[in-house]
Design a protein around this ligand. Structure first.
Ligand code: BGP
Length: 468
């Protein structure tokens, strides 16, 4: 049990708690076609279908971290952050995904890491955040096992090149999102809608994860740790009726356990294997996969939490011959009286984060974890501007309410070591571009001026006091 209250704070966190924010390469760097970077699926898709993107803003026009990182890192320092999660861009480092390395990228990331370390900010480095190099997608993306090998080779080079500066590594951010968005719901490239291919992509992604972990174990990174970042969505049944419970169980297996179990336990839950086989959705496997997955067990886990999943039994029999989808097995429902973030259309349910942490404590060996994303996207935030500062009191309340539940989980023995907000500064989002603003820091898209919001100053004090 962690001693969490030794000060005047109502909510006091351990002294070594990680505080900061998270971001990803494609969403902040800009310079998408310069600095020797190769094209990734986002650059390609924006070129093909700009109308799919809000305001037709593509990944070239992000907050320009590529050129402004010294200023951004100084802001993090000024705001007391002690850690920052960023991702490396695979297609910046290997423009073709494999083969020739781009030295300009190596210089860039070395500079970023040096700057962070000099500022006393621990870099948490993730290798893949939704950004498949186009050259790799062209040969089938995660459906092609050659891409798994290319990813492991990319990981190996990153560990060798940056291992003396980075101790905290992650293989993937939210591996299920490219599966859902890219292979089920037509929201990310390659816009496939096919449940069978989706399960194969999910499976192959976990093989790629395991291979990168395997490579990490042979890398020389003293005190280095490796993990994965999962967006766990607690699955709550509408009622205790057996049909509702069964629906929630299936949703939970598909969206949570299918990543949590291989990452933390090195194998898939038998219940999931049985269910996939019954539905004819079991992916193609090869000899050696099971032992590879066992080697993919992580040291620590990043949890991204935004919203729960509210599930009920299907009320209507699906139309005959309609393609099988996860929603062929359950329906979603809107819980009466639920609290919503009206801008993003996501439910706000703070206790969800506690439920996740307690589940990890009880069912996953209390693996070390931290909250690697949590946040609130708001549209037209300028309307809350007073004296040049966005008065985002709603974000302060949002963070506070989540921290209270995290604190309670800590008191009950959860092994949670930090909290990163999504995100540092307003950044470009997949499809939504700059529609919803999430940052501690606002960015004027014309001048690129950065201005901390009220929440940033509030959070600075939280960090200084290790609580509130
Ligand atoms: C997470 C992603 C982030 C970020 C965030 C907010 O799923 O890891 O990359 O985008 O969600 O979501 P959105 O930008 O779609 O509003």
């Amino acid at each position: 049990m962690v001693e969490t209250n030794t000060t005047n704070n109502d909510y006091h966190f351990p002294d070594d708690f990680w505080w900061g924010s998270a971001a990803s390469a494609t969403q902040i760097e800009g310079a998408a076609s310069t600095g020797g970077k190769g094209m990734n699926i986002w650059d390609y898709w924006f070129q093909e279908e700009p109308n799919r993107f809000y305001d037709q803003i593509g990944p070239e026009q992000t907050s320009d971290f590529y050129h402004r990182y010294p200023e951004d890192i100084q802001l993090m320092k000024q705001l007391n952050h002690n850690s920052f999660r960023l991702s490396l861009s695979w297609s910046r480092i290997f423009p073709e995904g494999t083969g020739e390395i781009n030295e300009e990228a190596i210089v860039f990331y070395h500079h970023v890491l040096d700057e962070l370390l000099e500022a006393g900010i621990e870099p948490f480095v993730n290798l893949y955040h939704f950004d498949m190099p186009m050259a790799m997608q062209k040969i089938g993306g995660w459906e092609n096992r050659e891409v798994i090998d290319a990813f492991a080779a990319y990981a190996e080079r990153c560990f060798a090149i940056f291992g003396d500066k980075v101790k905290k590594w992650f293989t993937f951010n939210e591996p299920i999102v490219p599966v859902e968005a890219g292979y089920l719901y037509n929201a990310h490239y390659p816009n496939v809608v096919d449940f069978t291919r989706a399960t194969q992509v999910a499976y192959n992604t976990m093989l790629a994860h395991a291979k990168a972990v395997q490579v990490f174990r042979h890398a020389d990174i003293p005190q280095g740790n490796i993990g994965i970042i999962l967006n766990v969505t607690p699955s709550y049944p509408r009622s205790n009726r057996p049909q509702d419970l069964e629906s929630a169980r299936i949703a939970d297996l598909l969206f949570n356990r299918s990543f949590l179990d291989p990452a933390v336990k090195g194998k898939y839950p038998q219940e999931l294997i049985t269910w996939l086989k019954e539905q004819g959705l079991f992916p193609k496997t090869e000899p050696g996969d099971s032992s590879l997955l066992r080697e993919g067990v992580i040291d620590f886990l990043g949890i991204n939490y935004y919203q729960p999943r509210r599930v009920k039994a299907k009320e209507h029999i699906p139309v005959p011959d309609s393609p099988m989808m996860p929603e062929s097995f359950f329906d979603y429902y809107e819980m009466p009286g639920r609290k919503m973030n009206p801008y993003r259309g996501w439910e706000i349910y703070e206790k969800g984060v506690y439920d996740i942490l307690i589940d990890l404590r009880d069912n996953y060996g209390n693996i070390e974890c931290f909250i690697s994303e949590n946040g609130m996207g708001v549209q037209n935030e300028e309307r809350f501007m007073e004296e040049n500062v966005i008065q985002d009191t709603y974000r302060i309340a949002f963070i506070k309410d989540h921290l209270k539940w995290i604190h309670r989980a800590l008191e009950e023995g959860a092994n949670v070591k930090g909290y990163h907000l999504w995100t540092l500064m307003d950044n470009w989002s997949w499809l939504n571009a700059y529609k919803n603003r999430y940052g501690f820091i606002s960015v004027d898209l014309k001048t690129m001026t950065r201005t901390p919001k009220k929440s940033a100053w509030w959070f600075k004090e939280v960090i200084r006091n290790n609580g509130f």
